[in-house]
Design a protein around this ligand. Structure first.
Ligand code: 0O2
Length: 233
């Protein structure tokens, strides 16, 4: 499921999100007819966790934009993994299709993607987010410092946030990806490549993608240098 940039996250939207997942779909795709209700509640909690993280980032955006005279991010997108994607990921990894397996093995059911203009904003924003005392960092993967072989660059954080329910509090896992506008542009094209069954000249297209990723990296750094010159005036 694609990331959605809709910034409105209220109770209505959450219910609307849940109703998108039909019971037969869950039962059929995940082979867990007895756990359908538990699964729906789980997805509701992940949706609330997305909402919490988005709010935290939006608060940081307002605060930092006043202090630094620019917005640390351009946009936020988020998505909840669909039952079909959950099924496919578990199958790909040879893991059981069960409620417990989903909770134990998947850390990206709730996904938030933050698109920044500048690389240094990525680190400032990520540092401010993880410094909050109700955030637990589970994992950090810095594909900016160590890009993937194909040229992919982003900063990934797996975090836990508390979701306060009517009777208890639960820590929910959210994957937060930070990247620049240019890196996002590159990643969406590269993502399309994965879904195309046959690409002619795959080797040379992959090489072009690696070259484009390098150009994007240089452009991102050049833009930061220009911004610093403007800021110094
Ligand atoms: P989708 O459809 O975007 O959700 P994990 O998924 O965390 O259990 P993994 O694969 O080691 O395990 O995590 P990693 O490397 O942090 O990647 C997680 C997500 O980052 C991917 O989710 C993609 O969204 C994105 N990503 C990672 N590598 C690439 C890449 O080379 N190209 C592009 N375009 N995106 C990438 P999914 O589940 O693979 O896909």
């Amino acid at each position: 499921m694609a990331y959605d940039s809709n910034t409105m996250y209220n109770a209505g939207n959450i219910l609307q999100g849940m109703s998108r997942i039909s019971e037969p779909e869950i039962a059929e795709v995940l082979h867990m007819s007895e756990d359908v209700q538990r699964f729906r509640v789980l997805m509701m909690k992940y949706e609330c966790a997305i909402s919490e993280v988005r709010t935290k980032l939006e608060v940081l955006n307002r605060d930092m934009s006043i202090k630094n005279e620019r917005n640390p991010f351009e946009s936020i997108k988020s998505r909840l993994k669909t039952p079909t994607s959950i099924h496919d990921k578990l199958m790909r990894r040879g893991l059981p299709l069960s409620y417990d397996s989903i909770v134990e093995n998947l850390t990206d059911i709730a996904g938030v993607r933050v698109i920044c203009s500048f690389v240094d904003d990525i680190y400032s924003l990520a540092d401010c987010l993880v410094a909050q005392d109700d955030i637990r960092v589970i994992r950090r993967k810095d594909y900016l410092k160590e890009p993937k072989e194909n040229g992919y660059r982003s900063l990934h954080l797996i975090i836990e946030v508390p979701v306060f329910l009517s009777e208890d509090k639960e820590w929910m896992t959210v994957e937060v990806q930070f990247r620049t506008i240019a890196m996002d542009f590159w990643a969406s094209l590269e993502h399309k490549m994965k879904y195309k069954k046959e690409i002619r000249n795959l080797e040379s297209v992959s090489e072009e993608m690696r070259y484009a990723a390098e150009l994007i990296n240089q452009l991102d750094h050049r833009m930061t240098q220009i911004r610093e010159k403007i800021d110094y005036v």
